[in-house]
Design a protein around this ligand. Structure first.
Ligand code: FES
Length: 113
């Protein structure tokens, strides 16, 4: 049996500098496309689990993205908040890189959400 994937273009590496994030809509989902300081790209649901704030507007450091609402920092790999007030994780989606293209599969998550 072959696993089906549905990666779609979400942006380009050349337009997403390390340490930055941006909001994109892929497959009808708003995503925070975030590139950590080492250059790895992550795709998280672009809504804080605490309230209606876009995570893509937050600062990235130490492998986390900070919500400007109340300061919870979400791990870019697991989607889990490192501190209160957020308690619940946010969805993290699979990312592939093809040349300069950033591809995201919104049909499944990496953290079971
Ligand atoms: S809205 Fe994100 S921590 Fe409160």
């Amino acid at each position: 049996m072959t696993a089906e994937t549905s990666f779609q273009t979400a942006g380009t590496l050349s337009s997403l500098a390390p340490g930055t994030a941006r909001r994109v809509v892929v497959g009808g989902l708003a995503l925070a496309l975030a590139r950590d300081s080492e250059g790895t790209v992550h795709a998280l649901a672009d809504r804080c689990s605490h309230d209606d704030v876009s995570l893509s507007e937050g600062e990235i450091s130490r492998g986390r993205i900070e919500c400007w609402g109340h300061g919870s920092e979400f791990d870019l790999v697991t989607g889990r908040p490192a501190q209160l007030p957020a308690i619940d994780p946010v969805a993290v989606y699979p990312v592939q890189i093809d040349g300069d293209a950033i591809l995201v599969d919104t049909s499944r998550t990496l953290n079971g959400l």
